[in-house]
Design a protein around this ligand. Structure first.
Ligand SMILES: C[S@@+](CC[C@H](N)C(=O)[O-])C[C@H]1O[C@@H](n2cnc3c(N)ncnc32)[C@H](O)[C@@H]1O
Length: 323
């Protein structure tokens, strides 16, 4: 398992000047925000590398690529973060060898550490998804989770994806926010943050309040979040964009409506209170509730609610074969 010796080092403690500059430079903001989060990211988002997240990652992949012939030989992940998507897909048998890339050196470092702990055959590089530092026709599969909406020129990035894919190779990007989903998720999250941080100012609930310095740090991070979250998508428009980039066999699926309405306040609440206050009972409630509502989404709401109201978009496409 290797990373390029020329990759920059993580910078988890940005200076005030750097943060100020990041408001006018979305890529600097990505690096500062995600380097800052890298070491705590798995805990913050309840990311694991066991059956729970293996099933989740595989479910997102199968939503658009259930007919794929597995395993793929060599797979690349863009915006890997801590490796949640590719490492769990590899554990489920989707690919044999992986390369993780991210704009944030801190994230690549954590993803490689996670891969090593799991005994997976993975290398990694710090890389911008708009200029992927690999040769043409290198990969059988390119994946990403919650990354396209951070990239300024998504079409350019998909052109790069098609360049590094072998002819006939496939891409799968999951966890992209729909425009309507993002709107309700943000409002629910803001209301949850406001209610939790205010209610815990008083009386016996004060023991549920995180130290003010941590809350202030979270608020500063939330301000940067507004700079790093660039796009939301309409499923049909995203598919058109992939075709314009040169992809064929493009398909999209959407997921999570009721599950998102539960999931966003749960995650916001978890970020707003001291972690030690939430035990196994809470974890069971959060995961059990999410699973039940996912069932409601899949079995009931998908039949009656238009695609664009669901929170998450998954998209796949292939690089045209040469013949
Ligand atoms: C929301 S996080 C998702 C991380 C991970 N894929 C996951 O689902 O847990 C988005 C990631 O994309 C990375 N990123 C943002 N812009 C990028 C770009 N232009 N090129 C490569 N990575 C980028 C960020 O540094 C961050 O790690």
């Amino acid at each position: 398992m290797t990373t390029s010796q020329h990759d920059p080092a993580p910078n988890p403690h940005a200076t005030e000047e750097q943060v100020a500059a990041a408001y006018a430079d979305t890529k600097l903001a990505q690096v500062l925000y995600h380097d800052w989060e890298a070491e705590t990211y798995d805990d913050k988002w309840s990311i694991s590398y066991d059956e729970r997240c293996i099933d989740y990652a595989r479910g997102r992949f199968d939503a658009v690529a259930a007919d794929a012939e597995l395993p793929y030989g060599r797979a690349l992940e863009l915006g890997c973060g801590t490796g949640f998507f590719l490492l769990n897909l590899m554990q489920s048998g989707v690919a044999e060898k992986g390369s993780v890339t991210d704009l944030s050196p801190g994230m690549v470092k954590v993803a490689l550490r996670n891969a090593e702990n799991l005994g997976l055959d993975v290398d990694g590089r710090v890389a911008d998804a708009e200029r992927i530092p690999y040769e043409d026709n290198t990969f059988d599969l390119v994946v990403g989770h919650a990354v396209l909406h951070h990239i300024p020129d998504v079409e350019q990035s998909l052109r790069e994806v098609l360049r590094v894919l072998k002819p006939g190779g496939r891409f799968v990007f999951a966890g992209e926010p729909s425009t309507i989903g993002d709107f309700y998720a943000r409002w629910i999250s803001r209301a949850t943050w406001w209610a939790t941080t205010n209610v815990t100012k008083f009386g016996p609930l004060q023991s549920w309040r995180r130290p003010q310095s941590e809350l202030d740090e979270s608020s500063r991070a939330a301000a940067l979040e507004a700079v790093v979250d660039i796009h939301t998508f309409d499923p049909g428009e995203l598919a058109d964009l992939a075709r314009r980039a040169g992809a064929t066999e493009v398909d999209t699926a959407t997921e999570e409506l009721a599950a998102a309405v539960l999931g966003w306040p749960v995650r916001t609440f978890e970020a707003a209170v001291p972690p030690e206050k939430l035990g196994w009972g809470w974890a069971r409630f959060a995961f059990g509730g999410w699973k039940k509502l996912t069932w409601v989404d899949e079995k009931l709401l998908h039949r009656v609610v238009p695609q664009k109201f669901f929170y998450n978009i998954v998209i796949t496409g292939t690089k045209p074969s040469q013949d």
